[in-house]
Design a protein. Structure first.
Length: 201
């Protein structure tokens, strides 16, 4: 576990290659937490498809119920990112039911944000707005980043609908840079590129 923690520390500092080499050398991890580290290494590099298998391993093997739910949240996000519509919807709705039953407000709010992303990708804007409103209420007292994600997807949705100009994404991108949230910077560039048909973004 010590080597895995060291590797995770390296990846958090941006040393993906060195940290990844250590994680890959752990052929059959004894501690299921290591599967979450491996998944996080892939997620940090936007390799969502490669994160799915270790997330499923963590969900199957980890003894802590809350860690399993966090892994399921990341699995939902990964399935949405690779646009696996059927699996994403099934996993999101199952986890949403469980999180609400246990009154896990932060996890529920973050999952609703992922669900909204899924709905926006599939042009279900009316339903997505209701989901974002619910997420906003749950995350009202959460950290700035959680609230930012709700505003991010609401802005992306409105730009896609044409009710906001593309410049709104540029403003959102600047805010993402301030937060050092490079995945959101990438999301802004992607949707701005779609909106203005700029393939260089």
């Amino acid at each position: 576990m010590e080597r895995a923690l060291y590797a995770r520390g390296l990846t958090l500092q941006g040393s993906f290659h060195e940290g990844g080499e250590i994680l890959k050398s752990l052929k059959t991890p004894q501690d299921p937490q290591i599967y979450l580290f491996i998944a996080s290494w892939h997620l940090d590099q936007w390799q969502y498809n490669k994160a799915i298998a270790p997330l499923r391993k963590c969900i199957k093997l980890h003894p802590d119920p809350y860690i399993r739910m966090v892994a399921r949240l990341n699995l939902c996000s990964s399935l949405v990112s690779v646009n696996n519509k059927i699996a994403a919807e099934k996993e999101i709705l199952a986890l949403l039911k469980k999180a609400k039953k246990q009154n896990l407000r932060l996890l529920t709010g973050n999952l609703l944000e992922v669900y909204a992303q899924h709905l926006i990708q599939n042009d279900s804007y009316s339903k997505a707005q209701g989901v974002l409103d619910e997420a906003r209420d749950l995350l009202a007292s959460a950290d700035n980043k959680s609230q930012f994600y709700v505003r991010k997807w609401e802005t992306i949705m409105r730009v896609k609908q044409g009710s906001l100009p593309p410049e709104a994404l540029q403003s959102l991108r600047r805010e993402a840079l301030t937060l050092q949230d490079f995945e959101s910077v990438r999301d802004c560039d992607f949707h701005l590129g779609l909106t203005v048909k700029n393939t260089d973004l």
